[in-house]
Design a protein around this ligand. Structure first.
Ligand SMILES: Cc1cc2nc3c(=O)[nH]c(=O)nc-3n(C[C@H](O)[C@H](O)[C@H](O)COP(=O)(O)OP(=O)(O)OC[C@H]3O[C@@H](n4cnc5c(N)ncnc54)[C@H](O)[C@@H]3O)c2cc1C
Length: 495
């Protein structure tokens, strides 16, 4: 039977076996389960594939492990810059990929069934399906709970381009199985995942002559960042031999007599681009089908994620969602952040519900140079009609960056006009993902640039860049009249 709300009506069980059932043991589900067990709720976590989800098995962990090996290799090629005559590295790509797996294995215990069971979480391996807003079916068993959290994550988005399905294309789910380097790897997509993987693969290909070609529909890479960010990353990619095909729209993939090529539209012309293997990195789609959402009438958003309110409730107030399946961000730390709100609101919402706070969200792309941001960049501030001032500090000026041979990039801060209140910060350069933390703390706790300037930073460290950026802001806002008066005072004292 359906209600006027297009929701079927269900009878609420007289009592529940559990306080909370969580579907999906990725970044969101694990944190929600951890919190629930810590506050002594009876909680069941259901995972159909691998504990740890995307981040551990096919996302953050393997990508960062691959980036580390690629970076080591790239640095050996710069031996002469650091005073060496020569550094040669011999390697077998299969062993690099095995190391990636061994890193996953080392991190695995953090997310394991054993660990979560010892924390007091009941973990069930199996595919969960919603039977009603209070019932979840798994392995033929029906469990009941007062609240349910959906944390089913997302999967690689694969567009419908003719000919793509006939190729054995790779995605971020499958690329980790590669054991030999494709001669010509075509990377579709110039967002964070595409950029991180493209640069790593390009770095492995230098000696063997393997090549990476990036196809981007738009005019620049990482198009959510300011233009100067994209420009710096693109410059580095081209210097490393990546073929950047910007403003290229894929039309059709063809295979003829062993020749594989993409026909793309570029400035009104059709161009053919040959390749041996394709990696599709065009974003991720929320996992919203196949487990009962449609049957229950759980509402989806225009972006095809689960629609949630500010408390992370779906249109069923006792069903919550967090992580990639809910969006709007797709990061491990935002999934974990939401998981706190979802679990606390689910378990204690009777007394008080907390509105999810998205005011200070940091993120990083681990390319070389790294790109990290918190809050607004210029392009977002402009779109939202927010007034701002910009302060820059170039990392080419930083003593530690010069000593490390990495003197490139910048710290860019947006502030409220005439005030030191930080609206956002973007850092491009070595360790950007670490350096941004100071601005995250400052924004989270309402500390302005004057406070950063008044804080001792160790010499010579990369963090001094933050202080120097704050110093540039201060110089631009020096009290001119007072300084003129002080100059006259000193002149008088010299008499
Ligand atoms: C290559 C790559 C690199 C990345 N790098 C970073 C990074 O550096 N930093 C960062 O913050 N983020 C990164 N991310 C994003 C990050 O991995 C995700 O945002 C995060 O894992 C989302 O967590 P989640 O809990 O929402 O979903 P997931 O981790 O995807 O977990 C969902 C889980 O639900 C399970 N599931 C689904 N349906 C069912 C069902 N019906 N029954 C039972 N179980 C089910 C799935 O098997 C899965 O294990 C990266 C992603 C990729 C692909």
């Amino acid at each position: 039977m359906r209600t006027g709300n297009n929701k079927p009506s269900f009878r609420r069980p007289r009592k529940f076996d559990r306080n909370l059932i969580i579907i999906g043991a990725g970044s969101g589900g694990l944190v929600a389960a951890y919190i629930a067990a810590a506050v002594k709720a009876r909680v069941t976590l259901i995972e159909k594939h691998k504990m740890g989800g995307d981040c551990l098995n096919t996302g953050c962990v393997p990508s960062k492990a691959l980036i580390r090996s690629a970076r080591f290799l790239a640095q050996t090629r710069r031996a002469q810059e650091f005073g060496f005559d020569l550094a040669t590295v011999e390697y077998d790509f299969a062993r690099i990929m095995q190391r990636v797996q061994s890193v996953i294995e080392k991190v695995e215990p953090h997310d394991s069934i054993e660990r979560y069971t010892s924390l007091g979480v009941e973990v069930i391996e199996g595919e969960a399906r919603l039977r009603s807003p209070f019932e979840v079916e798994v392995n033929g068993q029906v469990l009941t709970a007062r609240n349910i959290i959906i944390a089913t994550g997302a999967r690689p988005f694969v567009p419908t381009i003719p000919g793509l399905d006939e190729l054995d294309y790779l995605t971020s789910d499958t690329v980790w199985q590669l054991r030999s380097l494709p001669k010509r790897l075509l990377v579709l997509g110039g967002g964070p995942i595409g950029c991180e993987l493209a640069q790593s693969f390009a770095r492995f290909g230098v000696e063997s002559g393997s090549k990476v070609i990036m196809i981007q529909r738009g005019a620049r890479l990482m198009n959510r960042e300011d233009e100067e960010v994209s420009a710096l990353v693109a410059q580095q990619f081209e210097a490393e031999g990546i073929e950047l095909r910007l403003n290229h729209t894929p039309k059709v993939f063809k295979q003829e007599a062993g020749r594989k090529y993409l026909v793309a539209e570029h400035e009104g012309q059709e161009v053919e681009i040959e390749f041996d293997q394709v990696l599709v990195a065009l974003g991720r789609s929320a996992n919203v089908t196949g487990f009962g959402l449609q049957e229950l009438g759980v509402k989806l958003s225009a972006r095809n994620t689960i629609e949630v309110n500010e408390f992370l409730q779906t249109n069923y107030p006792n069903i919550y969602a967090c992580g990639d399946v809910a969006g709007p961000y797709q990061f491990t730390h935002t999934a974990a952040h939401q998981a706190w709100y979802a679990s606390v609101n689910a378990l204690f919402g009777l007394f008080r519900k907390f509105r999810v706070d998205y005011s200070v969200i940091p993120f990083a792309t681990f390319t070389d140079p790294e790109v990290a941001r918190v809050g607004f960049n210029e392009q977002e501030a402009k779109t939202q009609g927010i007034d701002y001032e910009v302060t820059h500090y170039g990392l080419d000026d930083l003593d530690r960056a010069i000593a490390d041979g990495e003197a490139r990039g910048f710290v860019k801060i947006l502030t409220v006009p005439g005030k030191d209140k930080i609206l956002g910060a973007t850092i491009v350069g070595e360790h950007a993902g670490e350096l941004i933390a100071e601005f995250v703390t400052a924004m989270r706790h309402g500390l302005g640039l004057n406070k950063i300037l008044a804080t001792i930073h160790i010499y010579p460290t990369w963090t001094e860049a933050n202080k120097f950026a704050a110093g540039n802001w201060k110089k631009a806002h020096a009290p001119k009249k007072l300084l003129q008066w002080v100059a006259r005072f000193h002149a008088w004292r010299r008499r």
